[in-house]
Structure formats: structure tokens, C-alpha cells
Design a binder for this molecule. Structure first.
Ligand SMILES: Cc1ncc(C[n+]2csc(CCOP(=O)(O)OP(=O)(O)O)c2C)c(N)n1
Ligand SMILES: [Mg+2]
Length: 324
């Protein structure tokens, strides 16, 4: 198999795994074993996977509340994710963080934040840290259109441009912040698209096309590593489920049903699956094997989580400060 086919299969496998993990979380959510709010990223898998595929293992990621896909795409441990959702000691944040506070420092995932916009300056700071240490690392920051309403984005991008920091700003524009449509909050396209390629390369890409996202992220990472500074990538996508929780908990009436259906037809996972089938890269047997492998890993992760201990009550104050 050539390199191109291998890459596409890997991107597909990563997206499919994120999709199946989300679906399982969604279907188990009402059992109330996972005592955490969850913000699922079904429909948005191509953004996480396309960007992370352009990064190396040690490159950094800073993420947000809708962060399961970012965490898994960056190589975060699945067992530790599911254990974290079950608030267990074996979770990636030792059961203290829940769904919105994921971290796997071993693969450069330096955390997600429940504070909208909170991960943006952290991502800029990671770029600054790489620069000060002389490490050839890149920092990718994922944030939503709601976070792009906030001043901290403008401060962080400005600082990154000024210092030519190796940061990739990834705006995941899914059209909504909770129930509020982006057009009701922002006056046209984001102002960072107007600065020009020398000051801040920027692009609006189809966020449901993983290859388009990957190509852009690759160019942004190369520019960052060359010391030329940050880039801005807006990925237009859609969250197919509600803002938080499982499907039955979605509030109704803030978006038309036809809108949801039309985006479901643009499913990033199905699009790449069909393309790979047409190209003969993926067969029905290959797909079935991949599905079985993913299912087994998810089953194992839930079993691992549910067999894991809760943190001791006496440990409630642990890990609040560095060095503990
Ligand atoms: C500073 C802050 N304000 C408000 C909230 C409540 N809140 C949680 S998610 C969210 C919407 C975020 O929208 P967006 O950034 O577009 O991300 P999406 O949920 O669409 O992925 C809001 C307002 C919060 N967590 N933090
Ligand atoms: Mg949004």
C-alpha cells in the first residue's frame, strides 16, 4: 500500500474510533455511571483528526470542553478517558476532572478547559514555552466559535504574531454556542482572515473534509517550525448532537431539523469511508475488522473503568497544586 493510502486509512480509522467512542458514551449516558457532563463531538471528528495527524507525538495540544476527539486524535489513552468519565482514580485526571478536563502529557495533550476560551492563552503559552526552551515543537489550540467571541483570542493571536510563536489556532466553527447561532453574535467572517499571508496565514476550510484540514494543518505546522509564526485555520463543521449530554437531552427549536439532516449527509466519517471504498483502499472485510477492533477496545475501556476504584475521599485536596 502506498503512503497516501496508508495515511488515508489511518485518518479514517482515527475518525471511526472517535465516532464509535462518542456513540457508546451517548448510549450509556443515562445509566448515570458517568457522573460528568459530556459534550460530544459527533460530526466534528475530521477537525481533531486532520490537525493532530499533522503534528508529532511531542507537539502540544490545548483543547476545550468538547475535547474527547482532540484527546484521542492526539494519542490520549482510551482506558484513561473512559475511566475519567467514570470519575475513577485510573482516569487521565485521576477522576478529579471529568469530561472537560482531559490531559495526557505523555502525548503532548496538555489539557482541556471547561472555561470557554480558557485553553487559548494556554496554547499560546505552550508555543512560548517551546520557543524559550529551544524545542522545535508546535502548539495547536482548538476552540469554538463561541470562544472566538472572547477578547482572549485577540490578545493571544496578537502576542503569538508579535513573538512569531509556533502556534496553530484552530477555530472549530460549528455554527452555535449552546443555542446561539454564530450569525447572531459575530459581524461576518472572523477578522483574522483579513490580515494577509505574511502577517497571519489564514484559511476557511471544509471542516468535514479530513484531508483538507490535514493539508492546511501541515502547512501551518511547517511554518511554525520554521520560526515564521502562527497560523489561523477556521474549520466549518457542525455538531450533530445537542450541546451537552445525550441526544434525548437536547433542547429543541433553536435549529431547523433540515439543517441537522443536511449536515448528517455530510458526515466526515462516511465521506472518507466511501472514498476509500471507491479507491479500493478499504474493503468490506477490512472495515468489519476495523469495527470489531474498535468495539473490543471500547468494551475493554468501559470494563476497565467500571472495575477501577473511586478516589479516596481523603484525596479530595490532592493534585490541586504542582508537585503533589
Ligand atoms: C467563560 C465561560 N462562559 C460560558 C460558559 C458556558 N458555556 C459552556 S460551552 C458554551 C458554548 C461554547 O461554544 P463554542 O465555543 O462555539 O463551542 P461548542 O460548544 O460549539 O463546541 C458556553 C457558553 C463557560 N463554560 N465558560
Ligand atoms: Mg460552537
Amino acid at each position: 500500500m502506498n503512503a497516501d493510502a496508508t495515511l488515508k486509512l489511518r485518518l479514517f480509522g482515527d475518525m471511526l474510533r472517535i465516532r464509535r467512542v462518542q456513540e457508546r458514551i451517548e448510549s450509556e449516558y443515562l445509566k448515570d455511571q458517568m457522573r460528568t457532563p459530556v459534550h460530544l463531538c459527533i460530526g466534528q471528528e475530521a477537525v481533531a483528526v486532520g490537525v493532530c495527524a499533522a503534528l508529532g507525538r511531542r507537539d502540544y495540544v490545548s483543547s476545550n470542553h468538547r475535547g474527547h476527539g482532540h484527546y484521542l486524535a492526539k494519542g490520549g489513552d482510551l482506558n484513561a478517558l473512559i475511566a475519567e468519565l467514570h470519575c475513577r482514580e485510573t482516569g487521565c485526571s485521576k477522576g478529579r476532572g471529568g469530561s472537560m478536563h482531559l490531559v495526557d502529557a505523555g502525548v503532548g495533550h496538555l489539557g482541556s478547559s471547561s472555561i470557554v476560551g480558557g485553553g487559548i492563552p494556554i496554547g499560546a503559552g505552550l508555543g512560548l514555552a517551546a520557543r524559550l526552551r529551544g524545542e522545535p515543537l508546535v502548539s495547536a489550540v482548538f476552540f469554538g466559535d463561541g470562544a472566538a467571541d472572547e477578547g482572549v483570542l485577540y490578545e493571544s493571536v496578537n502576542f503569538s504574531m508579535l513573538k512569531k510563536l509556533p502556534v496553530i489556532y484552530v477555530l472549530e466553527n460549528n455554527g452555535y454556542a449552546v443555542c446561539s447561532q454564530v450569525a447572531s453574535r459575530q459581524a461576518g467572517d472572523n477578522v483574522f482572515h483579513g490580515l494577509g499571508p505574511d502577517r497571519l496565514p489564514s484559511a476557511i476550510v471544509d471542516g468535514n473534509d479530513v484531508l483538507a484540514v490535514y493539508e492546511r494543518a501541515l502547512a501551518a505546522a511547517a511554518r511554525a517550525r520554521a520560526g515564521l509564526g502562527p497560523s489561523f485555520i477556521e474549520c466549518r463543521t457542525y455538531r450533530v448532537l445537542g450541546h451537552a449530554g445525550c441526544a434525548s437531552q437536547d433542547s429543541k427549536g433553536y435549529r431547523p431539523g433540515e439543517e441537522v439532516e443536511s449536515w448528517m449527509r455530510k458526515c466526515p466519517v462516511a465521506a472518507l469511508r466511501d472514498r476509500l471504498m471507491d479507491e479500493g483502499v478499504l474493503t468490506q472485510t477490512g472495515l468489519a475488522a476495523l469495527e470489531a477492533e474498535i468495539l473490543a477496545a471500547i468494551d475493554a475501556a468501559f470494563a476497565f473503568a467500571q472495575a477501577s476504584p473511586y478516589p479516596e475521599a481523603s484525596g479530595l485536596g490532592q493534585y490541586l497544586f504542582r508537585g503533589e
